[in-house]
Design a protein. Structure first.
Length: 306
């Protein structure tokens, strides 16, 4: 098939200009992709820098409070509230930690503050390590990856153009009526290959480091590897497409975020339960004391018997 394309292209009078135009288009896509990746990396580093700048103020105040056993001076209490409110603008903090900060703003319980202090210190350490690694660390593999990663867009465009040309140039779809199972096989194969190109592009263009999207990467890799079934023949196209669709649908359940009640942070449920029990214990105890019989119980019993 490709030999026929090359023969037809070489026989065209403007073959040189067409080839140069295609190369220029792919080069422009590569340069645009490289520029966007560089800008995205700079924006991410700036967000990490801003998050660390905001969070270190709260981290310092929490360290002082921990040394003082979470005493409550008026001036430091006001500064702590301001620092916790400022951390709401820290975009790189996890949603779980943001929930802890909001709970501490509403209820400054020492147990909540201690849990939030540990979580904030852990995330600040991870962000600081990531910032140092991406700023000062240079590896041989990273240099090669920085060159290959922007090529995802030109590769995806080329693969899509070749697939469309293969389907329509060979007239496998346009000239085949959809009236039997065998005539549906080219359509199954086309859809499966398009999914392979899409998820292959997502896998290629995704950042190399970071485990936050590890499950998404594995699902994308499995969807792309399902296209290897097409090597068996056209009869394997429905099975490859079915496996890809199963993985695609299962991704919604595996990667969906849970609700707040289903993902409490460590110690949250226990703290709420203990606080609710402590709140309930006092009214119940008071009710028992109020309902307890007075010292004149024998007299009441005697009058009742009369």
């Amino acid at each position: 098939m490709f030999q026929r394309w090359l023969d037809n292209l070489s026989s065209h009078p403007d073959a040189t200009f067409i080839l140069l135009g295609v190369v220029a288009l792919l080069l422009a896509a590569y340069l645009w992709s490289a520029t966007e990746i560089r800008r995205s990396h700079e924006r991410h580093m700036q967000r990490i820098r801003d998050t660390l700048y905001i969070s270190t103020g709260l981290l310092g105040l929490l360290t002082i409070w921990e040394q003082r056993k979470y005493e409550d001076p008026a001036q430091e209490h006001h500064e702590l509230l301001q620092a916790m409110q400022a951390c709401k603008a820290a975009s790189c903090l996890s949603p779980q930690l943001q929930d802890q900060i909001r709970d501490c703003v509403k209820n400054e319980d020492p147990a909540r503050l201690a849990l939030m202090h540990k979580a904030l210190e852990r995330e600040c350490t991870a962000l600081s390590d990531e910032f140092s690694r991406n700023t000062y660390s240079v590896h041989w593999g990273s240099a090669i990856w920085n060159i290959l990663r922007p090529a995802a867009e030109p590769a995806a465009l080329t693969a899509t153009a070749l697939l469309i040309g293969y389907l329509f140039y060979t007239e496998r779809i346009t000239s085949t009526p959809v009236d039997s199972w065998d005539n549906l096989l080219p359509w199954f194969q086309a859809i499966s290959l398009m999914l392979t190109i899409l998820y292959g592009y997502l896998l290629w263009s995704s950042p190399k480091r970071g485990t936050s999207g590890a499950l998404v990467k594995w699902l994308s890799l499995l969807i792309a590897l399902c296209s290897l079934l097409h090597l068996i023949g056209l009869a394997a196209a429905p099975y490859a497409l079915a496996l890809q669709l199963i993985l695609f649908v299962s991704g919604f359940g595996l990667t969906g975020s849970r609700s707040r009640s289903e993902r409490p942070y460590a110690g949250h449920a226990e703290t709420d339960e203990n606080s609710s029990n402590s709140r309930m214990a006092t009214p119940v105890h008071e009710a028992v004391v109020e309902d307890s019989p007075p010292p004149v119980t024998p007299r009441r019993s005697v009058s009742a018997s009369d």
